[in-house]
Design a binder for this molecule. Sequence first.
Ligand code: NAD
Length: 246
Amino acid sequence: MRLKDKVAIITGSGQGIGEAIARRFSAEGAKVVIDDIVQERIDRVTEDLKAEGVDVLGVNADVSNYSQVHMLIQKTVKAFGTVDILVNNAGIIRDATIMKMSEEYWDEVIDVNLKGAYNCIHHVGPVMKKNQYGKIISISSAVRFGNIGQANYSASKAGLVGLTRTTALEYGRYGINVNAIAPGYIETKMIANIPPKIREMAISTIPLHRTGQVVDISNLCLFLASDESSYITGQVIQCDGGLKMP
Ligand SMILES: NC(=O)c1ccc[n+]([C@@H]2O[C@H](COP(=O)([O-])OP(=O)(O)OC[C@H]3O[C@@H](n4cnc5c(N)ncnc54)[C@H](O)[C@@H]3O)[C@@H](O)[C@H]2O)c1
């Protein structure tokens, strides 16, 4: 058991990559908090995990909302006594080329993907500082290097890198490791609507010639959440079949 009795919050864990991370962590002994904004998703995952005997708490908190995130951390501490691991996974896309991109699209993506991570890191900091222990992992993206039609998303995911590095600098003295994962194309609902032709073209640019699975991300996230990675901080690790080699 690599995370025995550790308390982990995974944002946006009602489906997709976040759900896979929550399941992987709980299989390694963690108590998990399923945060999402869609109640049915929270209910499905929490009921499933409860049936497996996992200590699980479901919280409906919008990461882009400062006070709801405060409530998320408070509810976690009340239920489980502390927070050891935070995974900033909640993320959305609202694609359009820049000239066609509305202010609303821009703000929504930056608010959830970037401000959401700030809200969580900001509110969890004092809890982890008190423990002199913590693991913070944010899910960035290979798209942080730029992608046509995704200026808002790319900026938010590149912003997460600056946030990760700065938090690593500030929180390191408190025994907190802060890292990011940059996935490529991972099979979830987020990429389900890519037209087949574009999908084929995308796959042809991946050195491993295939898309990734959620388990590829949850395995790496487990490593970064465990003490096996205790001397790694401030890093962004690509998990993309070789798509980007920065
Ligand atoms: N799937 C990919 O190919 C891929 C690639 C690179 C990065 N990512 C990143 O991985 C993360 C997870 O992606 P996914 O593919 O599992 O997406 P997904 O859309 O399948 O799941 C995201 C979950 O986050 C929840 N969510 C949305 N807004 C929220 C908010 N404001 N507060 C709390 N929860 C919220 C959604 O309800 C949903 O359950 C995202 O940050 C995404 O940008 C995904």
